[in-house]
Design a protein around this ligand. Structure first.
Ligand code: NDP
Ligand code: MG
Length: 395
């Protein structure tokens, strides 16, 4: 029996995780679930999975959460705030932690799980984008096991040799990691119509059903950029070791190319329950509730190289990856601010990349060597991005 904490239980990954867990009650017990604003859903989950703790990240909602819990007859103890998130991620009773809080807010709870030596099922890519070196170092020190849940990284993990040594491409005969992405909803849209892209259009992904923020990031391909950085840290790769390949059907979830010409790909229907089940059960396999891939129904299987004019955010992320931790932290922060303003209708789709670029250009590079410095740079970049948006768009 594995005891699991699900950080971000009310989100898209969180709900999919609980769906997989519900299929195997004999294997997994839920210790704690966390949410931020969806209190009723969180308490419904508490009723169904009977965790010991329910954590509400937003402290101002604590009383509401307690009232709803009482009304619904939830037996779990209700906690709130940042420290409680870290506590349920690192509690001695917990074996595995699903890190599925969205954005920079996931950094400290995920790190708490890493430092406590847990099996960390890593969906929150922003944690690695912000703190890659410190994060990997902390995992090495504590003996934490990192299992990638992002579908591409989970695919790469499955395609690497079992005895792969972190960063040692040569000994394993690896030529390249091929990071695939669908290209999002605007892959073939005329570039001169990008200014007219609406929030609804950008919020509709052709293949995947995901949370709001990552869906917009997929449309700009910032998501692939963040994944590029994530892959470098997870597998000890350099920026030259990874190629991004557009594969619109999202059947291949990524590949590893070997020096003898072999390419190993991981395939399946685009359903996050596959990597979640893989992470939960690793090294075993369990039913994820995902229908088997029907090759006869897959009519096209196509590939292309991404064009940076169409996806400027992808280039910004690859450049930041080459520059280092300070740049990737700032880019992530600026992007979270820009996406929020886009979703509020304050800026246009094309402005997201402009805000990100302007934020990076407005700040001199510094070295970051601690989590505190990373959190500081994250905050400074948010302030700068907001200033830029206020100055340019009067909002
Ligand atoms: P969602 O927006 O669907 O869910 C986010 C979760 O985080 C919710 O539980 C939400 O609570 C909680 N949350 C939001 N803000 C805060 C905060 N400030 N503090 C604590 N908790 C907070 O996101 P996704 O599930 O789509 O994504 C989660 C992570 O997984 C992201 O990092 C994303 O990049 C990554 N990922 C997602 C994939 C997907 O298919 N969705 C695929 C690969 C990676 P509430 O809803 O109650 O407000
Ligand atoms: Mg992904």
């Amino acid at each position: 029996m594995q005891t699991v904490t699900v950080l971000g239980a009310t989100g898209s990954i969180g709900c999919n995780t609980l769906d997989v867990i519900s299929r195997h009650p004999e294997k997994y017990r839920v210790f704690a679930i966390t949410g931020n604003s969806q209190l009723t859903l969180l308490m419904e989950q508490a009723l169904k999975f009977a965790p010991r703790y329910v954590v509400v990240a937003d402290e101002s909602l604590y009383q509401d959460a307690c009232d709803i819990a009482k009304q619904m007859g939830v037996a779990a103890e209700v906690l709130c705030g940042q420290q409680a998130l870290e506590d349920v991620a690192s509690a001695p009773e917990v074996d595995s932690v699903m890190a599925a809080i969205v954005g920079a807010a996931g950094l400290l709870p995920t790190l708490a799980a890493v430092k406590a030596g847990k099996r960390v099922l890593l969906a929150n890519k922003e944690a690695l984008v912000m703190s890659g070196a410190l994060f990997i170092e902390a995992a090495n020190q504590s003996g934490a096991t990192l299992l990638p849940i992002d579908s591409e990284h989970n695919a790469i993990f499955q395609c690497l040799p079992h005895d792969y040594q972190y960063g040692d491409f040569a000994s394993s005969g690896i030529h390249k990691i091929l990071l695939t992405g669908s290209g999002g909803p605007f892959r073939s849209r005329a570039l001169d119509t990008f200014k007219a892209i609406t929030i609804d259009e950008a919020s509709t992904h052709p293949n995947w059903s995901m949370g709001r923020k990552i869906t917009i990031d997929s449309a700009t391909m910032m998501n692939k950029g963040l994944e590029f950085i994530e892959a470098c840290w997870l597998f000890g790769a350099g920026a030259d070791d990874i190629d991004v390949v557009i594969h619109p059907q999202s059947i291949i979830h990524s590949m590893v190319q070997y020096v003898d010409g072999s390419v190993i790909a991981q395939m399946g229907n685009p359903d996050m329950r596959t990597p979640i089940a893989h992470g939960l059960a690793y090294p075993e396999r369990i039913d994820a509730g995902v229908s088997p891939l029907d090759f006869a129904a897959v009519s096209d299987f196509t590939f292309q190289t991404p064009c940076f004019e169409r996806y400027p955010n992808l280039k910004l992320a690859i450049d930041a990856c080459r520059e280092g931790q300070c740049a990737t932290t700032r880019l992530n922060a600026a992007n979270e601010v820009a996406v929020e303003h886009f979703l509020l209708g304050n800026i246009q789709f094309c402005d997201i990349a402009d805000v990100n670029d302007a934020t990076l250009n407005a700040m001199a590079s510094v070295s970051v060597n601690s989590i505190q410095q990373i959190v500081e740079q994250d905050a400074l970049a948010r302030t700068k991005a907001n200033e830029i948006i206020r100055g340019k768009f009067q909002c």
